[in-house]
Write a protein that binds this ligand. Structure first.
Ligand SMILES: Cc1ncc(COP(=O)(O)OP(=O)(O)O)c(N)n1
Ligand SMILES: Cc1nc(C(=O)O)sc1CCOP(=O)(O)O
Ligand SMILES: [Mg+2]
Length: 533
């Protein structure tokens, strides 16, 4: 006989081993949207969801019959009881029924510190079946906007929040500026209802920059709860320690994957059975961490000029940051790159020459323009007629003029460099990235390789981002989808084995060679440890 499973007191807390996110919003009795959708999304992304109900909505996929709001004191009780037991790392707010609920939430959030949870407000105004869920006065909306970390309206909700018509790109940016002027720290507008756009283009605006996330127009527009899914997924990825740009990229990819595998291709079997095809179109499936490169949005970055006036900034924002025309940079000659030494002088290139290295980078950060020019010239001369692929860091104009094999540029560099000129001159291009959003920005440029950093803490360069670790590196390699990849940052003899196992095409090192007592022996040891020999 099988023993009965006993429920010990400890097992009550099983789920709290997962990070906790609170979902505040309405119960949709059909399960398509609201806090049910939030909880399913969060569970799918390895988060424990606590639910704070603001209202019960009686609705199906086609009709909204009635709603019953919680009184503010009942909402307050939910907050109190949960806060003791399962405090949140993030809070996702959906439909708030009235001013009392909104003011209670604002006050509660403002008093919560150490640590303060990240708060996403998806300002649900109405259901897709047409029922109004939220009636908030302007001053209360402003209070909430000043409290939350990000607000994620669609076009109609943006109009509701700002009282401004949104009918084209200019009025969209104007309304976003109004929201920011009211105190919103960051705004993410979903473009699904923007009939004037060719693709679905979502836009994220914060104090320092603007990002656009574009996807082809989707087929199954009738999938409900995608706004809830997106905002919950953003909260989940923030809690998993991704920066906001990466959390938005991943959330976008997540919803896209759910859409794609919720709506089966119009197979003969699905057409023959109208009922089952209708059901699959309505009930979103779970998906887990998004992995398919084709589900990820195209991301474009637009820095906000400190001196540009509002009008000029809007114009900048409308333009693509990179004016790079479509096409590919030349492919690398050797795509199995092995160890990639990054060095700061032509003397180092000469010194490493006996190693038969297949790729090197000249990264000179000091010296007069004349000295740098001379170093680049000599380095190019040294490797000429050999099969060593020499990349020049930063100095793309000199690299073109002096006939280098390739150029390596960072994220800021590609805002200003003339990428068309680099490609037209036949130079290879490698670009640094530090996460999902940057990779998606760079994939669209079809570079010769994508650098992925920094994997471990490094003393060679001050990095504004966090070390990525090998688990993320593996995901990045997968996302690069065949474009050669280079890992960089803090890689040494003891770490290189794990890095090599991720499938990267090459491993860039500075200090592991240049600080070594015997650089040539260090190079050889790295090659062997990585299994590149
Ligand atoms: C292979 C490789 N990866 C990343 C970098 C960093 O380039 P960048 O972001 O341009 O920063 P600087 O090197 O200029 O400080 C690199 N050089 N090589
Ligand atoms: C130059 C550079 N770029 C990085 C990036 O992540 O973009 S990390 C880095 C420094 C790499 O030096 P080391 O091998 O000594 O850690
Ligand atoms: Mg650079």
């Amino acid at each position: 006989m099988m023993a009965k499973a006993s429920i010990s007191p400890a097992s009550n807390n099983l789920n709290t081993a997962l990070p906790v996110v609170w979902c505040v919003g309405g119960v949709d009795c059909s399960g398509g949207a609201g806090v049910t959708r939030d909880a399913i999304t969060l569970a799918d992304l390895s988060i424990h969801a606590c639910v704070l109900t603001t209202q019960l909505t009686v609705q199906s996929n086609s009709i909204m019959l009635s709603k019953e709001s919680m009184c503010a004191s009942a909402l307050n009780q939910q907050w109190q009881v949960l806060f003791e037991d399962t405090p949140p790392r993030a809070i996702k707010i959906g439909a708030i029924a009235n001013d009392e609920q909104a003011l209670l939430l604002s006050a509660r959030i403002q008093k919560t510190s150490n640590p303060r949870p990240f708060v996403v407000w998806d300002p649900v105004l109405s259901t897709s079946s047409g029922g109004v869920l939220s009636e908030l006065s302007e001053s209360v909306v402003d209070e909430l906007l000043n409290t939350v970390d990000i607000v994620t309206p669609n076009i109609d909700e943006l109009t509701w929040l700002t009282h401004l018509p949104v009918v084209d790109e200019a009025s969209l940016l104007n309304a976003i500026n109004r929201l920011r002027g009211k105190g919103a720290k960051s705004v993410y507008v979903k473009g699904g209802h923007a009939h004037w756009q060719k693709n679905v283009s979502d836009i994220f605006v914060c104090a320092s920059h603007t990002l656009r996330f574009s996807q082809p127009k989707y087929a199954n527009g009738n999938l409900r709860g995608t706004g809830c899914m997106l905002a919950s997924a953003v909260a989940a990825f923030i809690v998993h320690d991704y920066c906001i740009e990466d959390a938005l990229t991943l959330a976008n990819a997540y919803v896209s994957e759910v859409r794609n595998h919720t709506l089966p291709k119009q197979s003969a079997a699905a057409n023959a059975n109208a009922i089952s095809s209708e059901l699959t179109a309505y009930f979103a499936r779970t998906n887990g961490f998004p992995t398919k490169p084709e589900s990820f949005p195209l991301v474009t970055f637009h820095q906000r000029g400190a001196t540009a006036n509002e009008k000029e900034r809007d114009k900048d924002t409308l333009l693509e940051a990179s004016s790079c025309k479509e096409g590919h940079f030349p492919a690398l000659t050797h795509t199995h790159l092995g160890i990639y030494p990054v060095v700061d002088s032509v003397q180092w290139i000469a010194r490493l020459w006996p190693t038969a290295v297949k790729i090197m980078q000249l990264r000179v950060k000091q010296g007069s323009q004349e000295d740098i020019r001379q170093q680049i010239k000599e380095a190019i001369e040294l490797v000429k007629h050999t099969d060593c692929q020499l990349f020049i860091n930063d100095y793309w104009e000199l690299a073109i003029e002096l006939g280098a094999y390739g150029v390596h540029l960072g994220q800021e560099d590609i805002d200003t460099a003339d990428l068309n000129a680099i490609r037209n001159a036949g130079l290879r291009l490698g670009i640094s990235t530090h996460g999902f959003a940057e990779i998606q920005r760079v994939r669209a440029l079809n570079p010769s390789y994508i650098a992925l950093g920094h994997i471990f803490p490094t003393n060679t360069k001050d990095m504004p981002s966090k070390p990525q670790g090998v688990a993320r590196l593996e995901k990045y390699v997968q996302l690069c989808d065949g474009i050669p990849t280079v890992a960089i940052g803090g890689i040494n003899l003891s770490r290189i084995g794990d890095v090599a196992k991720t499938g990267v095409s090459g491993i860039a090192v500075v200090s592991a060679i240049t600080q070594a007592e015997h650089p040539l022996k260090a190079y050889q040891a790295l090659v062997e440890e990585a299994g590149f020999a």
